[in-house]
Design a binder for this molecule. Structure first.
Ligand code: SAM
Length: 208
């Protein structure tokens, strides 16, 4: 008889993706409720807004293939992307710092990390990334940008002194207007090179 046991990270990811299917309904409900004012980050306090499974699988391969160890993530949400990062660093013996603005989301993410058995490899900082990462002074092998897009540029600039020759910057939702502004600004520095995937949704920045 063949015994197959599902990896605990995959088991948690499967439950989370199942729940994330209801993101659209949750967002539409909030939009109806707050029809007469502009959108706030807290309007998404129950939405995953997660990377796709394909992106997650690619991230795992990227981490293993490039032996990435020191990972910083902007925008944890409920921890789907962080769990893929955790799968990757399980092979490279790495460490993750991730940061989430909304405390209730961070609390659930922590429970998901515990359940997946990876909480010891993940440092989750609760609060505004511009604050929680402001004293970061360690080399970054992979920076995953997936919080609100208006902060991509200031956060990149905040962390830039920690980049090295092999640093990879993963820019999700690169096709959004504020991300485009960020990419245009960074492209003025000729030391960075850019490659695009998923019809422009994702841009990978590396150093020449
Ligand atoms: C697109 S979701 C992240 C999805 C997650 N990376 C995934 O794939 O599972 C963006 C998250 O960034 C968080 N966020 C927005 N602005 C932030 C800030 N200034 N500091 C930390 N987190 C922030 C939001 O609360 C939201 O949960």
């Amino acid at each position: 008889m063949i015994h197959t046991s599902i990896n605990p990270i995959d088991a948690v990811l499967s439950t989370l993706y199942n729940d994330a299917k209801n993101d659209r309904i949750r967002i539409e409900k909030k939009q109806l409720k707050f029809k007469f004012r502009s959108i706030h980050p807290s309007d998404f306090d129950d939405a995953y807004l997660a990377i796709s499974k394909e992106q997650g699988a690619d991230l795992v391969q990227m981490i293993i293939g490039n032996n990435l160890k020191n990972i910083v993530e902007f925008g944890t949400s409920f921890g789907i992307s962080t769990l893929f990062l955790a799968k990757g660093i399980a092979q490279t013996n790495g460490h993750i710092i991730t940061t989430e603005l909304i405390a209730s989301k961070a609390k659930t993410a922590l429970q998901n990390f515990e359940e997946a058995g990876v909480a010891d490899q993940i440092e989750l900082r609760i609060g505004d990334a511009m604050e929680t990462l402001k004293d970061h002074k360690k080399p970054i092998d992979l920076l995953l940008l997936d919080g609100w897009k208006d902060l991509y540029l200031p956060l990149f600039q905040l962390l830039e002194s920690n980049f090295h020759q092999k640093t990879i910057i993963y820019v999700d939702n690169a096709d959004m207007a504020e991300s485009q502004f960020f990419l245009k600004t960074v492209s003025q520095n000729s030391k960075y090179q850019f490659s695009s995937q998923y019809n422009g949704k994702l841009v990978i920045i590396t150093i020449k």
